[in-house]
Design a protein around this ligand. Structure first.
Ligand SMILES: [Zn+2]
Length: 183
């Protein structure tokens, strides 16, 4: 009888250890899943197209280099309050770079006063440097503007701009970094 009891204890012990390692294995997978999660920052899905980003930063790295407000707009697709940003009424000559990766995105000579409280441009410096993606997040169809190098959310583009393009790129100041001409 003592032998059976001994064997029972051994088997229970083994099962317990196995269970524990099973759970820790599960945790390992959970961590791997969250790593996969951060890789979402490295591509933009446009319809069926997967556009890989040149700037390969994960979520933690973005949190380190961006201010909390910039992070909210660029990485979480937030919107700054109108008339609150640094550049809506800036009409100096210069270029506007992506605040995330430094890519040159807009030129002051295409900036106009749309009266909406956000920096507005009638075109981007180079269309191949941005991604225009359908956005249904507010229950209406809008077109989101994204930096193609880092995947940062910039703002939206609307077809109610001035000539010559008729477009209005409505961009958050927090997504931009202005550089005065001749600097
Ligand atoms: Zn960028």
């Amino acid at each position: 009888m003592k032998v059976y009891l001994f064997l029972f204890l051994i088997i229970s012990g083994v099962l317990l250890v196995f269970n524990k390692s099973f759970f820790s294995l599960k945790n390992k997978y959970a961590i791997t899943d969250s790593l996969k999660e951060t890789k979402k920052n490295r591509a933009v899905i446009k319809g069926k197209e997967v556009i890989k980003l040149k700037e390969e930063k994960n979520d933690n790295e973005w949190r380190k280099i961006l201010t909390p407000d910039q992070y909210k707009v660029l990485r979480e697709k937030g919107t700054e309050r109108p008339f609150s940003g640094e550049y809506w009424d800036n009409f100096e000559n210069g270029i506007y770079k992506c605040a995330g990766c430094g890519e040159i995105l807009f030129n002051s000579n295409t900036k106009f006063d749309a009266g909406c409280g956000w920096p507005s441009f009638y075109e981007a410096v180079d269309k191949s440097k941005i991604i225009e993606n359908d956005d249904y997040s507010l229950g209406i169809q809008r077109v989101e503007v994204i930096c193609k190098k880092c995947g940062g959310h910039l703002g939206h583009v609307f077809p109610d701009g001035p000539k010559p393009t008729g477009m209005r790129y409505c961009i958050n100041s927090l997504s931009l970094k202005f550089e005065r001409k001749g600097k």
